[in-house]
Design a protein around this ligand. Structure first.
Ligand SMILES: C[S@@+](CC[C@H](N)C(=O)[O-])C[C@H]1O[C@@H](n2cnc3c(N)ncnc32)[C@H](O)[C@@H]1O
Length: 298
């Protein structure tokens, strides 16, 4: 496939049935595919990009630790609106860069931002590279996959790479943060508990550095793992809610009817105000831990 040969969006049909499409959320008690994680509503590139600079910073920090000089092929797995793809193109202008994502809205936005590149609308579960890839880059994506798929997709793709190829990923490690414990606390109250019971809007805990090191180790000559706790300076508590509305809060509020959705957001904002202090200048620090891995294929 000549990745930069055309300006079209490749739309590989996602493999879910109408009944799955209607299922809004993560059913961790059942066996599920990652397509079930794609939720009832599509991602919103507009909502996601409200914090573009803050969200793209980890992509830059991750890429700064990739020791490749001139990769021929680079794939941005879960490319979103193309913000991480843009970082890749800046660093490797000579490379063939492909973006893959399962969200139609994200792919459309990526395509309009980077019309010279090729983008593939596809779930990572079914994605298979057609040629050897020197760099797989996966920023803020794997946390949306169930653990078993997270590891198997990663190790399968690493094994498809040539020696020296790099698989670099970053995942938020924030389930224990007040932003997330607060959304779970509100979800336990009625009427939300009843409405969300079927949906079980719980993301799985990310593996520990030790588990990742041990699971990727057999395929790699080196694994660089680190954690960073960002302290984002936001204008208000409302901004924290806006931030997570684009990502982690979606499983909790997307399945709710409009009135309950507004009530959930009101109560959630109240929780945020109780747990995140106001700074002396009226702004709010939003701590955000993230886990980074750069694995080199042996
Ligand atoms: C938080 S955004 C990350 C976007 C971008 N990589 C960045 O660095 O900001 C997560 C993206 O992963 C995509 N995604 C989630 N699960 C996916 C899956 N199973 N297959 C493909 N893309 C997926 C979503 O559609 C979304 O665009």
């Amino acid at each position: 496939m000549a990745w930069r040969a055309s300006a079209r969006i490749i739309t590989t049909p996602l493999r879910y049935s109408p009944s799955q499409q209607a299922q809004p959320f993560l059913r961790f008690s059942q066996s599920y595919s990652s397509t079930e994680l794609t939720m009832k509503k599509d991602w919103s590139s507009e909502q996601y990009l409200k914090f573009n600079a803050e969200r793209t910073r980890p992509a830059r920090d991750l890429l700064s630790q990739v020791q490749l000089h001139s990769p021929r092929r680079v794939v941005d797995l879960g490319c979103g609106p193309g913000n991480s793809t843009e970082v890749l193109v800046e660093r490797f202008p000579e490379a063939e860069v492909l973006g893959v994502d399962s969200s139609p809205d994200m792919i459309a936005k990526a395509k309009s931002t980077l019309p010279q590149l090729e983008f593939l609308l596809q779930d990572l579960v079914t994605y298979k590279p057609t040629e050897a890839v020197d760099l797989f880059f996966c920023n803020a994506v794997l946390q949306w996959l169930p653990p078993v798929q997270r590891i198997s997709i990663t190790t399968t793709l690493i094994q498809s790479q040539p020696p020296g190829g790099v698989f670099a990923f970053q995942v938020p490690d924030n389930l224990a943060e007040p932003s997330h414990t607060s959304m779970r606390a509100v979800a336990e109250r009625e009427p939300f508990a009843g409405l969300l019971r079927e949906h079980q809007p719980v993301r799985s805990q990310i593996e520990t550095p030790q588990q990742l090191y041990d699971q990727l180790g057999p395929y790699c000559s080196s694994i660089n793992v680190w954690q960073t706790r960002y302290q984002h300076v936001l204008d208000s508590h409302e901004e924290i809610a806006e931030w997570v509305k684009g990502t982690g809060l979606r499983p909790f509020v997307d399945p709710l009817p409009e009135r309950e959705r507004r009530a959930f957001l009101d109560q959630y904002l109240g929780e945020l105000k109780a747990v995140y202090p106001l700074s002396s200048d009226g702004k709010v620090l939003f701590p955000f831990p993230r886990l980074f891995v750069v694995a080199v294929r042996k």
